[in-house]
Design a protein around this ligand. Structure first.
Ligand code: YXS
Length: 259
C-alpha cells in the first residue's frame, strides 16, 4: 500500500490516509487502496474500522483529485467514479466505520466522512463542500448523503458558500458526533471503537444496513431522476465547469459567467 497504512488489533482495524504530497486527495489509486483495506479488514474479522490521517495533519483530505476530473462534456461523478465507489463501500461494509478527523476536509472528502457511521473530530477540523467553488454538478446520491447529515438549509449554506464549517458548528448542528481535544482524540476514538467491537457484530451489521436502506428510502420518480440528470448535464457541459477546473489547475480564481 503506497498511499495508506493499515493496522489491525483484534477486532479493531485502522486505515490511515498517508499521501501528504497530494494532501490525501481521493485519487483513483488512494481510493482503490482504502476500498481494498476495508474489504481485507472485514475478511480478517475486524468488527469496526477507524479511518484517519496522520496525527497533526493540516489537511485530512483535499477531496477528489482535481487532476482526475474530466475537463468537460462528461459526468465528473458518474457511477464508477472512485469517490462514488468509496462512499458506497463505506456505506455497505458490515462493520461501522469511524472517521477520526484533524485538519481540513474538502469537497468529496466531506461526503466520504459523512458516509462514515460516526465522526469524531479535533477542534481544528473543518468541512468544506466545494462543488460551487469549481463549477461541479454534484451527483444525486451525494446530495442524499449531505441531506442525511444536516438540515436542508444547512446543506444549502455549505453547498452555496463552499466555505469551511468549523468542527464546533458541525457538532452543534449534529453533523458530527463529537469534538475532542487533539491530545485526547485518539484515545477517545479508540475507546468508542473498542466498545463497539465488544458488542454483537451481527446485530450492529444489520442495524447499519437497516439504517442505510431506510435513510435512502426517498421516492424519486424516473422522470424526476431523468430531470436531475439533464440539469447536471447542463452544468458539466457548461463554460463554468471547464473554467472551474482550468482555474484550479492554473492556480487562479475562476471567473464564472453563469453559462
Ligand atoms: O502546486 P502543487 O503541484 O504542489 O499542487 C498543490 C495543489 O494543486 C495540490 N492539490 C490538489 N491536487 C489535486 N486535487 C486536489 N483536490 C488538490 N488540492 C490540492 O496539492 C498541492 C498543495 O496544495 P496547496 O499549495 O494549495 O496547499 P495549501 O496548504 O496552500 O492549501 C491546502 C488546500 C486544501 C486549502 C488547497 O490545496 C485547496 O483549496 N485544495 C482544493 C480543495 C478543494 O476544492 N477540493 C475539492 C476537489 S473537487 C471535489 O472534491 C468534488 C468533485 S466537488 O468539488 O464536487 O466537491
Amino acid at each position: 500500500m503506497k498511499h495508506i497504512e493499515i493496522t489491525q488489533d483484534g477486532h479493531l482495524g485502522t486505515i490511515t490516509l498517508d499521501n501528504p504530497k497530494k494532501l490525501n486527495a481521493l485519487s483513483h489509486d488512494l481510493v482503490a487502496e482504502v476500498i481494498s483495506a476495508l474489504q481485507a479488514l472485514e475478511q480478517a474479522a475486524a468488527r469496526v474500522a477507524i479511518l484517519r490521517a496522520r496525527p497533526g495533519v493540516k489537511v485530512w483530505s483535499a477531496g477528489h483529485d482535481v487532476g482526475e476530473l474530466p475537463e468537460g462534456g462528461r459526468d465528473p461523478l458518474g457511477w464508477d467514479d472512485p469517490l462514488r465507489n468509496l462512499v458506497r463501500t463505506i456505506e455497505t461494509c458490515r462493520m461501522p466505520v469511524i472517521a477520526m478527523i484533524e485538519g481540513g476536509v474538502w469537497g468529496g472528502a466531506v461526503e466520504t466522512v459523512l458516509a462514515c457511521d460516526i465522526i469524531i473530530a479535533a477542534p481544528d477540523a473543518t468541512f468544506a463542500v466545494t462543488p460551487a467553488r469549481l463549477g461541479v454538478p454534484y451527483n444525486v446520491s451525494g446530495m442524499m448523503t449531505f441531506m442525511s447529515a444536516a438540515s436542508l438549509r444547512l446543506v444549502k449554506e455549505l453547498a452555496f458558500t463552499a466555505a469551511p464549517m468549523s468542527a464546533a458548528r458541525a457538532e452543534r448542528i449534529g453533523m458530527i458526533n463529537h469534538v475532542v481535544a487533539a491530545e485526547h482524540l485518539e484515545i477517545f476514538t479508540l475507546e468508542m471503537a473498542t466498545t463497539i467491537a465488544g458488542n454483537a457484530p451481527l446485530s450492529i451489521a444489520v442495524m447499519k444496513e437497516q439504517l442505510r436502506v431506510l435513510a435512502g428510502a426517498k421516492p424519486v420518480s424516473p422522470r424526476g431522476f431523468e430531470k436531475v440528470q439533464g440539469l447536471r448535464r447542463i452544468v458539466y457541459d457548461s463554460h463554468d465547469y471547464k473554467e472551474g477546473i482550468r482555474a484550479f489547475k492554473e492556480k487562479r480564481k475562476p471567473v464564472f459567467a453563469g453559462k
